[in-house]
Design a protein around this ligand. Structure first.
Ligand SMILES: C[S@@+](CC[C@H](N)C(=O)[O-])C[C@H]1O[C@@H](n2cnc3c(N)ncnc32)[C@H](O)[C@@H]1O
Length: 277
């Protein structure tokens, strides 16, 4: 069968169901063209005739699930995405946190890290802060469900549009924290020393016990339905310190959701401190 010809509705629904099962991402009919466009090439690579064969492969081979996840996730990101969040971190969050927690290490989680730009933006900002606060310490954990983007994040090598964006928005940071090799920039040791990346599905508990002081959960909730968003936020909250700060993406909001977070300012929430009787 030519996979460009019409795919029947039940096959489409079965593929949507696999997307949801493996990632929590909810796709509806209007996303079919996008999904089809991404999966078609995979079928060609595997020399499979149609999606029924592919669905059978997905059931039988765990390794294919990883490729499927890489294909169905949208990994768009940039350095210092949404400038006002970085202003908030620099001007309010960091000085206040450092003042209150002298001697502690700030624990940060970039919870849908994609190819690492968000985590390294934190690292560069924190390194700048350390110039005036040398005792300040931090650890950043970057996680994502897609192992392909995590390989890029761990490599810490950037080029093209995202590198150009950093050059335009933060030329001094690029100068200090990127080692340029021709058209490519590699994150310098200072920006890498306190960051690590690993795979994690936001619907599952974070494996090691964590008390994150700051969580960036940005531009990922939009892919889930309300029940999914609440489930993810409950897991994230379990990994946070009481009073920890959660930052979400520009087109996201928690107002309609039942969560333990309280609104502080647009895109910024605090993990409510619960007292047990
Ligand atoms: C659009 S990117 C956002 C990257 C970054 N946070 C930002 O705002 O620029 C969304 C990321 O969420 C990841 N993702 C989607 N579903 C996930 C899940 N269930 N668990 C963990 N990560 C997930 C995708 O792989 C993708 O890299």
């Amino acid at each position: 069968m030519d996979i460009d010809v019409e795919v029947d509705r039940s096959t489409q629904q079965a593929l949507f169901e696999r997307v949801r099962r493996h990632t929590g991402i909810v796709m509806t009919d209007r996303k079919w063209a996008l999904l089809h466009g991404r999966l078609r090439r995979r079928l060609q690579t595997l020399a499979l005739a149609d999606y029924r064969d592919y669905l059978a492969l997905l059931e039988g081979e765990a390794e294919e699930v990883g490729h499927f996840i890489d294909l169905v996730t949208t990994n768009e990101t940039t350095f210092f995405r949404t400038p006002r969040i970085w202003d908030y971190l620099k001007q309010s969050f960091l000085p206040e946190w450092a003042e209150k927690h002298r001697g502690s290490t700030l624990q940060v989680w970039s919870a849908a890290a994609s190819s690492g730009e968000e985590g390294y933006s934190c690292a560069m900002l924190f390194e700048e802060f350390r110039l005036t606060h040398p005792l300040f310490r931090y650890r950043i954990l970057g996680t994502d469900i897609s192992s392909q983007v995590l390989r890029d994040a761990s490599a810490g090598i950037y080029q093209g549009r995202n590198l150009e964006g950093l050059r335009r928005s933060h030329p001094a940071m690029l100068e200090r924290y990127m080692r340029m090799q021709g058209e490519r920039g590699e994150m310098a040791p200072a920006a890498r020393a306190s960051i690590s990346f690993r795979q994690h599905n936001l619907f599952k508990p974070l494996l090691e016990p964590a008390r994150m002081d700051l969580v960036l959960l940005r531009n990922v909730l939009i892919y889930f339905d309300e029940a999914g968003q609440e489930a993810v936020l409950a897991q994230v909250r379990k990994a946070m310190a009481p009073g920890g700060i959660l930052i979400i993406g520009e087109s996201e909001s928690l107002t309609r959701l039942n969560t333990g977070f309280e609104f502080m300012q647009p895109l910024v929430y605090r993990n409510r401190v619960t007292t047990h009787a």
